[in-house]
Design a protein around this ligand. Structure first.
Ligand SMILES: [Fe+2]
Length: 316
């Protein structure tokens, strides 16, 4: 029996774009900060400690290049290299901000790349300037008198990569692979009319440590593709200011602003200039090993509790 490879957190994603000039403008309007350009690649960070969260490469077609997760030890990385499908050797990340070691393998069912990294040098978080805002409620007023809530228009700064999601062609096989080879554990499982599981939202089992409700999700469909990647931003005002900024710049909204049920995040989905979906989210749930897996039946009402109606483009 293979042992599980221990993942600590999601780190970054790779995308290739045909038109990098347009995409760079979008990524800045979305709230990423450029850290480095090297050859065809541009690296972006958030305001958290990850040295980069998004790598954009220029290429002749638009393509998702996979997500990277941090592993617990170098030994996990070595074990991954020797035991995962089509895995590379452990190699140094020579180009990437923060350096570190990496192994890339291929998803065994649909072949998309998946990266594991270790030993990156963290960067200094830059969100100290975002002060804890205080809110007033009808009978509880948290903001001292004679102080005012004032905001500046602009992009919603991305703090970190929170999760990514894939459409996969064989749910059961994919589920078996990720939950048996890694410490992915289902926060939610969603089944269809026949009772067969078709969607899952996975968190990282870190015992009693609280982690995001999901960092990876997938659902079954006829053709494998990335569904979206999602970035945490500071709070609802920041997210709404970011929404207005993207709308005023003429980008295409996909779905939002609304409140999800599984994971509870307030979501806001946008199409980038290559028509990939990127999400801003705030106020997601945390879980640990005391959270039992929640099972529910797929339904059109199962995805959100408020916000615009689910648009058909979200599920295509
Ligand atoms: Fe999401």
């Amino acid at each position: 029996m293979d042992r599980k490879i221990k993942l600590v957190r999601i780190a970054h994603v790779y995308y290739t774009h045909k038109d990098m000039d347009r995409e760079r403008r979008f990524l800045e309007d979305f709230g990423f900060q450029e850290v480095k350009r090297s050859g065809s690649k541009t690296y972006y960070r958030g305001t958290g400690t990850e040295p980069f969260v998004y790598c954009a490469s220029e290429g002749d077609h638009n393509e998702f290049g996979g997500a990277a997760f941090v592993v617990e030890s170098k030994e996990d990385l070595e074990y991954a290299a020797s035991s995962l499908p089509h895995a590379t050797e452990v190699h140094e990340m020579l180009d990437e901000p923060g350096g570190g070691l990496r192994v890339t393998f291929k998803d065994p069912v649909d072949g998309f790349p998946f990266h594991l990294v270790y030993g990156q040098t963290p960067t200094v978080a830059s969100d100290a300037g975002l002060l804890q805002r205080k809110f007033n409620f009808p009978t509880q007023k948290f903001r001292p008198g004679n102080q005012f809530q004032r905001f500046k228009k602009g992009p919603a700064p991305v703090h970190k990569l929170g999760h990514f999601g894939m459409c996969v062609t064989d749910f059961a096989k994919t589920y078996d692979f990720y939950t048996s080879r890694f410490n992915f554990y289902p926060s939610d499982l969603v089944y269809d009319e026949s009772g067969r599981d078709v969607t899952t939202f996975l968190h990282l089992d870190r015992g009693l440590e609280l982690v995001d409700h999901h960092c990876f999700f997938f659902f079954e469909g006829p053709e494998s593709h990335v569904h979206h990647s999602s970035y945490e931003t500071y709070d609802f005002d920041t997210q709404s200011l970011g929404h207005d900024w993207l709308r005023e710049k003429g980008y295409e909204n996909c779905w939002g602003v609304g409140r999800h049920i599984m994971g509870s995040q307030i979501f806001d989905y946008w199409f980038d200039t290559s028509h990939f979906i990127l999400e801003h989210y705030v106020d997601g749930d945390l879980v640990n090993s005391e959270h039992p897996t929640n099972r529910s039946k797929a339904s059109p009402d199962g995805l959100h509790v408020w916000g615009p109606d689910l648009p058909p483009t979200f599920l295509q």
